[in-house]
Design a protein around this ligand. Structure first.
Ligand code: TYC
Length: 117
């Protein structure tokens, strides 16, 4: 049974609770915890990949509804690129690989990249 009082992972405090002093006594604020960096996964526009293929990619790999996927595809088409998700480094890398492999298998030049947020 999970009590409401149980915590999972490091407790993050706002930072103004720590009175300073001996760091070995800093049991409450745990100043060493850092949240892991996040990565934006982006889709780039090109002149050849069919719009419906991009919509399918967004549905299949980024779990978007058809309407959402169509909207993001149009943003990429008009603006040149769009962020399609934000993930941990490992998940972002997997998404990029999946999209690039899928596009290559279908002989489309679609490009997917990641960038630290
Ligand atoms: N510009 C492409 C076309 O007119 C469509 C497209 C949209 C391609 C988004 C890539 O990431 C992309 N067929």
């Amino acid at each position: 049974m999970q009590s409401e009082l149980m915590t999972f992972g490091p407790v993050r405090m706002s930072g103004d609770e720590d009175e300073g002093g001996d760091p070995s006594l800093a049991l409450k604020t745990r100043p060493k915890t850092k949240r892991p960096p996040l990565y934006k996964v982006m889709l780039l526009n090109d002149d050849y990949t069919p719009m419906e293929f991009v919509v399918h990619v967004l549905e299949r790999f980024f779990h978007m509804s058809h309407a959402q996927a169509f909207e993001i595809m149009l943003t990429v088409h008009k603006k040149g690129l769009a962020v399609v998700g934000v993930f941990s480094h490992e998940i972002a890398e997997t998404k990029v690989t999946q999209v690039m492999d899928f596009a290559r298998r279908h002989q489309h030049p679609l490009q997917c990249t990641m960038e630290k947020e």
